[in-house]
Design a protein around this ligand. Structure first.
Ligand code: ADP
Ligand code: MG
Length: 265
């Protein structure tokens, strides 16, 4: 039996591929089945924080404080509109973190240390999803050092696979150096538009290259999903019935099945 939360980082160095949307909606679906879920917003843009209705004034304690050892997980976690879902918000201070801790020997281990502390255990989270910035920088490295696994959203567009090998190589490097337990949780195809022949080709290509790592669920492009963040809500709360929300619920059930298999093994 694993102690402490299962930590999954949602990473892809490309922007606009659905990392934040996936983190928010997967987290919401897990919370809905009774898990105690925490999102750590590691993107200075703070889209996960905004998308969960945390306004700037409420971000006095943030992920920056976790990385600079000035707050604990318990202190930094804020409740959201979703029951069972909390978030450590981000602020623009994160932009300076590389300069501030970049010379410290433990610079890539700060997030892991934050979750290894007794106060993190007290907070009682069963899942932590980390929302990464669109870069393979020190922030993303911190997430990979802390995580059990990496969840990779890939947008169904022509250059989907481009950059994936670099991402997978980074995962391998982290495994070899600072985090041997790290695995690929899975690859999820996002923003699929069935009317677009190219999208179908991309799905085939990604499945051919990555095989079993690719989730069966494909997240469709759906306007309700893109509207939800401006209401400060996950799509699953904003419009449960829309095709995007339904797909995220289905993705969550795949993840849960995976987790059950892992625990049984
Ligand atoms: P990332 O975090 O990788 O930069 P986001 O999750 O922020 O990507 O998504 C980029 C943009 O696309 C956002 O405006 C988001 O609302 C929108 N978006 C994400 N997924 C979908 C979807 N399935 N359908 C429609 N719009 C989406
Ligand atoms: Mg994002």
């Amino acid at each position: 039996m694993q102690s402490g939360p299962r930590i999954i980082t949602v990473a892809n160095q490309k922007g606009g591929v659905g990392k934040t949307t996936t983190a928010i909606n997967l987290a919401t679906a897990l919370a809905a089945i009774g898990e105690q879920v925490l999102i750590v917003d590691l993107d200075p843009q703070g889209n996960a924080s905004t998308g969960l209705g945390i306004n700037r004034r409420e971000r006095d304690i943030s992920s920056y404080d976790l990385l600079t050892n000035s707050a604990t997980v318990e202190q930094a976690a804020k409740r959201t509109v979703v029951p069972g879902l909390s978030i450590v918000p981000s602020t623009l201070d994160l932009l300076g973190v590389e300069m501030e801790i970049g010379m410290a020997p433990d610079r890539a281990l700060r997030l892991r240390q934050a979750f290894a502390s007794p106060s993190a255990a007290r907070a009682g989270f069963t899942y932590v999803l980390v929302d990464c910035p669109p870069s393979l920088n020190l922030l993303t490295l911190n997430s990979m050092a802390a995580a059990h696994s990496v969840l990779v959203p890939l947008q169904c567009e022509f250059f989907a696979l481009e950059g994936l090998s670099q991402l997978l190589e980074t995962v391998e490097q982290v495994k070899r150096s600072i985090n041997p337990r790290l695995t690929i949780q899975g690859i999820v195809l996002t923003m699929y538009d069935g009317r677009n022949n190219l999208a179908n080709q991309v799905v085939e290509d990604v499945r051919a290259h990555m095989g079993e790592k690719v989730y069966e669920t494909i997240i469709p492009r759906n306007v309700r999903v893109s509207e939800a963040p401006s209401h400060g809500k996950p799509a699953i709360l904003y419009d449960l019935k829309c095709s995007g929300s339904q797909a995220y619920l289905q993705l969550a059930s795949e993840v849960i099945r995976q987790e059950r298999r892992l625990r049984a093994a």
